[in-house]
Structures are given as C-alpha cells and as structure tokens.
Ligand binder design. Structure first.
Ligand code: NAD
Length: 428
C-alpha cells in the first residue's frame, strides 16, 4: 500500500512526479541552462479527446483519450498507444517524456510522444475495439502524421490495432500513409524483426552487462517477471546467450525450476491456453512460486518485464540478483533505486534496456519512407549495432562521471535533447 494516498487515486500522478524528478536530477548534475530546463519540464502539446463508441447493443459509451507530444527538438514524435482503465493525462505525459530520453539515448531522430485511451479493452468486442480505434485515430489525426508524430503499439494494442490506424488515417488523407504508425503487420509495410525487437534489445543489454561484470552467460541463471511480448522474447533471446531461465511469471502466477525452464514449450502453451497465460502449465521439476518470491530469487540476471513499480523500497533489500535489466517501463521506484545502488547491484535502466522496440520502429519508418525493405539479418545486425553503441556510451559516461547507469543514461539523453534545443533557439 502506498504511503501517499494521492498515488492510489491516480498512479499516473506519482509516475509523472518520478519522471519530473529524474529530469530535475539530470538537469542539476549537468548544470543545465535553466531556460532549457524550463522547456524540457513541460509538454509541447497535450490533446484530450472524447471518444464516443456505438457498442454492439446500440448504446453509446464515451471514453477519454489522449495524445501528448513532449518536445519536437530531435525529430517527429514517437510513442505507443495504450488501452488501459488507468490511462490518464499524467501517465501519458510521463511516458511521453520517457520516450524523449529513450530516443535520444539510442540516437534515433525522434522526439517523445505517447497516447492512450482510458478503457478496459477486455470488456469490448473486436468490433467495438475497431470502432474505438478508428474514432480515436480520427480525434487525434490533426496532430499525428508520418512527419509529425508516429504512434506505435503499447499495452493492450498490437499489430491489428496499427492496421486499423493505418487504414483510418489513409481514408482521412486519401493517400497511402503506411508510415503513420510503426508496429504494423509485415504485409502492411511493417518491418520483419519488430515483434521481438524489444526482447532482443533486452537480451543485448543483458549480454553487455554480463560481459562487463565478467560473468559467463553459460554459467548464469535468469529470472523474468512478465510473460507477454517483452517477457517471452527476452526469455528466448537471453536463453539463446546460454543463460538458463529458472523462473518466469505472468498474471496467473510464478513458475520456477532451478534446473531451467523450457521457454519455447511455455510460449507454445500460452498460445493455446484459453486465457493466453501460463495458468495450468505443468512440467517435471516445476515449482509454483509467488510473484514476490520470484523477484527475490537468487540469480544472476533479473528482468522485470511486466509493469511499473515492482521493485520498491519494500523488496529492494531482499533482491539477490547480480544484475537487473529493466524490460518494463518504470519497474523500479526511486526508493528502490537508492537501495540497489547502495548494495552495488547493477541496474540497466529501461530507457536503454527496452529501447530495441523503438530502434526497430525507426527502421520500419525508414523502410516505409524508402519503400524498400530489409532482411531479418539486416534488421538484427543493425539493432545490435545501435544497442551496443548506446550501451557503451552509457557505461563509459557512468564511469567517467561516477554515477549509476540510470543517472548516466538520463544525463546523456537530456544533454543530447538540450543541445538540439540550444542549436534551434526559441521560436520566434
Ligand atoms: P504484455 O501485455 O504483452 O505483457 C505483460 C505481461 O505481464 C503479461 O504476461 C501479464 O500476464 C504480466 N503481468 C501483469 N501483471 C503481472 C503481475 N502482477 N505479476 C506478474 N506478471 C504480470 O505487455 P508488454 O508489451 O510485454 O509490456 C510489458 C512492459 O514493457 C510494459 O511496462 C511496457 O510499457 C514495456 N515495454 C513494452 C514494449 C514493447 O515493445 N511491447 C517496449 C518498451 C517497453
């Protein structure tokens, strides 16, 4: 339970407060020009839209939607669209800021944006979801575009949602507009390698962290919280490094086998299980484990890949992992960060570790604009290059300045965006 009652009423507000405080810390450490800081701590554009949807039984429900663009300093806006009952302007604002830092850190020419609709998509039929997506797209269409702001999937939205957005935007503009979103199905102009890009980026980050810690992947064990897009692909690609995955969890519970889990079999199980989760999964040697115990298991690599605020002041003291690689956005609270840093646990921050998705989104956008598509090997090889360079920049700067990887990542990203703002000057 949170100590601050306002966090319970609107978790987005505390998420935004954390994002603002991370920016403030970086600005202070960089001795940032106060004029630049004043610009960076606000959003360039925030749109709140009403999204009326005719439900299957004929009655109309009205949902609230948002699109926030943090700053246009380094290029068009880029960021996902989230469907969740807890979506709020504050949460979307925090996520838009996070996207600014993420894009700057991995050096893709985008600025941060984010969108969402406050809705429980599980309560809507496919046709209702399609109508919701089309109406939301229409409502935000004045501020999105292939050269202004390019949405992508996020929580509870996927390739199918991106297909609907592409079609709606194309109908509105009267011309082929595939580059309006990334994360599209491949036969609508999506990129090969987009679906697993975030998980592959997590694995590349984990590999870099293991290398620098002088740990041999073949002798390491990893624990993954969350078994959705990021969790499953992180598990598969970390497994490919030779690391044994000893525990994973999803909303149905935790699954532990000290001898190692069969990840491919577990992924296949979720595809055919009625709830699309691991509920009911069994295998020899498998032990059930609570989510709380899973996070504090003895292991080399812990990947929180489910949701925000999982490693907190209440459990950070009990974490036994040597390395934490943040697959999810904001899984570690600032209080936990302080404890982990004091305990010498290396933490690879979300803005680097889960940036593989946005890097391949950039590749998808480039391919769409060129009308020329790359092979899976080209995508993979280029993603490796982007992630490894970003990791090296972050690790070197962290050593140089004697700061944590999270502080280093933020400082580098903020400096890059500040430099762009400085070069542009203030309009008019
Ligand atoms: P998803 O919906 O595909 O998967 C989420 C997983 O977490 C599911 O397996 C769900 O069962 C599990 N989960 C939910 N609550 C849980 C709990 N209390 N304990 C254990 N497991 C729980 O979502 P995703 O796309 O994999 O995203 C996960 C996180 O990664 C989010 O924070 C998202 O913002 C972030 N992220 C995603 C991408 C991407 O490309 N998908 C990119 C960057 C960041």
């Amino acid at each position: 339970m949170s100590a601050n009652p306002s966090e319970e009423v609107n978790p987005g507000a505390s998420f935004l407060a954390s994002a603002q405080s991370a920016l403030k810390d970086a600005a202070t450490a960089l001795n940032l020009d106060p004029n630049i800081y004043a610009i960076l701590k606000t959003n360039e554009r925030s749109l709140i839209v009403s999204v009326p949807v005719e439900m299957d039984d004929g009655h109309v429900e009205v949902f609230e939607g948002y699109r926030v663009q943090h700053t246009g300093a380094r290029g068009p806006g880029k960021g996902g669209i989230r469907y969740h009952p807890a979506v709020s302007l504050e949460e979307v604002s925090a996520l838009a800021q996070l996207m600014t830092w993420k894009c700057a850190l991995v050096n893709v020419p985008f600025s941060g944006a984010k969108g969402g609709v406050s809705v429980n998509p599980r309560e809507l039929s496919v046709n209702e979801l399609r109508r919701l997506t089309r109406r939301y797209t229409y409502a935000i269409s004045p501020i999105i575009g292939p050269r202004t702001d390019i949405p992508a999937p996020d929580m509870n939205t996927d390739e199918r949602t991106m297909g609907w957005i592409t079609d709606t935007y194309t109908m509105l503009k009267g011309e082929s507009s595939g580059e309006i979103v990334t994360g599209k199905p491949v036969n609508l102009g999506g990129s090969v390698g987009r679906i697993n890009a975030t998980g592959l980026g997590v694995a590349i980050s984990a590999e870099q962290a293991l290398l620098r810690a002088d740990l041999n992947p073949q002798q390491c064990a990893a624990v993954i919280q969350g078994f959705g897009n990021v969790g499953t692909w992180s598990a598969r690609h970390i497994n490919d490094l030779g690391v044994s995955i000893v525990a994973v969890s999803d909303i149905s519970g935790g699954y532990y086998n000290p001898q190692g889990l069969n990840i491919d079999e577990m992924v296949a199980y979720t595809k055919s299980s009625p709830s699309r989760t691991l509920a009911g999964y069994g295998a020899p040697g498998l032990q059930p484990i609570s989510n709380e115990d899973l996070l504090t298991l003895k292991c080399d690599v812990l990947v929180p890949a489910a949701m925000e605020n999982q490693i907190t002041g209440a459990n950070a003291d009990k974490i036994q992992a040597k390395l934490i690689v943040e697959g999810a956005n904001g899984p570690t609270t600032p209080a936990a960060d302080t404890i982990l840093q004091r305990r010498g646990i290396t933490l690879v921050p979300d803005i680097l570790a889960n940036a593989g998705g946005v890097v391949v989104s950039y590749f998808e956008w480039v391919q769409g604009r060129e009308g020329f598509y790359w092979t899976a090997d080209e995508v993979r090889e280029r993603l490796h290059r982007f992630m490894e360079v970003a990791y090296r920049d972050m690790a070197d700067f962290s050593q140089e300045r004697g700061v944590s990887l999270r502080q280093s990542a933020m400082m580098l990203a903020v400096q890059r965006v500040a430099d762009a703002l400085e070069m542009r000057g203030v309009f008019p």
